[in-house]
Design a protein around this ligand. Sequence first.
Ligand SMILES: [Zn+2]
Length: 455
Amino acid sequence: MKDQNKLKLTFHGGTGSVTGANFLLEGEGKRILVDCGLFQGGDFAEDQNKKPFPYDPASIDILFITHAHLDHIGRIPKLVKEGFKGVIYSTPATMEITEISLVDSMGVLAKEAKRKGIEPLYDREDVKRTMALWKSIKYKEQIDISDNLKAVFKDAGHILGSAIIEFKHNGRKVVFTGDLGNSPAPLLRDTEVVKDADFMVIESVYGDRNHEAVEERTQRLRDAIESTINKGGALLIPAFSIERTQVLLYEINNLVEGGKIPKVPVFLDSPLAIKVTKVYQDRIQNFNKGVKDEIAGGDDIFKFPLLEFTEHHQESINIADTPNPKIIIAGSGMSNGGRIIHHEKRHLPDPNSTLLIVGYQAAGSLGRKLVDGAKEVDIMGQRVQVRAQVINLTGYSAHKDSDGLIEFVDDSAETLKKVFVVMGEQKSALFLVQRLRDYVGVNAIAPKLGESFEL
Ligand SMILES: [Zn+2]
């Protein structure tokens, strides 16, 4: 490094795409990574994941993890397999959910490897070695990297354990937002305010769009459940296992216990989501005050009449024997695989059934095709007619929308020297770049893959 007072930041992933977060920060004689995520969506992404890292994993001292979504953690075991021996820092909940997610994803990786006749990205031994390097750090606890370089986690409010990472170096602040929550969220605390940032690396999943109002989403969920029950159909909800599923359980819990919807069988048909829900039950200290009060008042927020957790394969198959109406929550969240596609194959041709989309659907995914109005789709090699109603509820997004992102940056408007917009599709990132320049008056750019900057 030329100037010892400066840090060098290189973008090794998460540019021009929502996935593959991987940022290298160098300075003070240290090489630090922030996130090491999987590229997701299509064959191109799969090829990207197999490529060697553009740096020597053995040369990295520290890996910071913002949160436990696969596009932020999915390549860590590969990093370890290829020589990384440093320390990994995250919040305790992120550490716990990461281990569950990595073990769960091995099944998918092994299947894919077998199909293509290649070696899986990593195996259980690599996950074990990964977890041995992990050290959990609480929010607000300072990590001393060197005399002049410190780091701290702040609550991002995105999923349980999610963090914004603030690095302080020679009186300047460099902020990695990770993914930012759609506050106020039903379960989690609001995103912490960040002031006085000099440099910011910010996500832009919804950089070009705003969500519907928070109040409307519960009403629309209630309407979708009621109309499907009245028609005698099945309500399918493809849901991400972390956060979205728990939010849905919490909301349906309130609707059922408040007598606002009739009692019908509700299945949580995802082994991963069931395991993650248990982590949520154990970590209520991370919830917002309103929810903590409800729990203190005696409500088990993830439990209500006729709710069934179907962990085992046979239990999942047996769901078909339960007559309609019923509600099925299953992964994967973008219908790329998982148990939801079996339910979709069965119920999408039924005009009385409903598919309720509650999260971001990546380009190329089955979920995206359904949201875009496809009348016929391919599921497990079979043409399936789509006659069910498809409803898109954007209010349940776990990400800030365009206005929310602008507000977040605006809190540091006075001090910001540069904002790097990442983790969004090209169109979304560029739209946010333009809005940040126009409305906040900051120097914003969308960096390219492999590009470096002196901070
Ligand atoms: Zn995320």
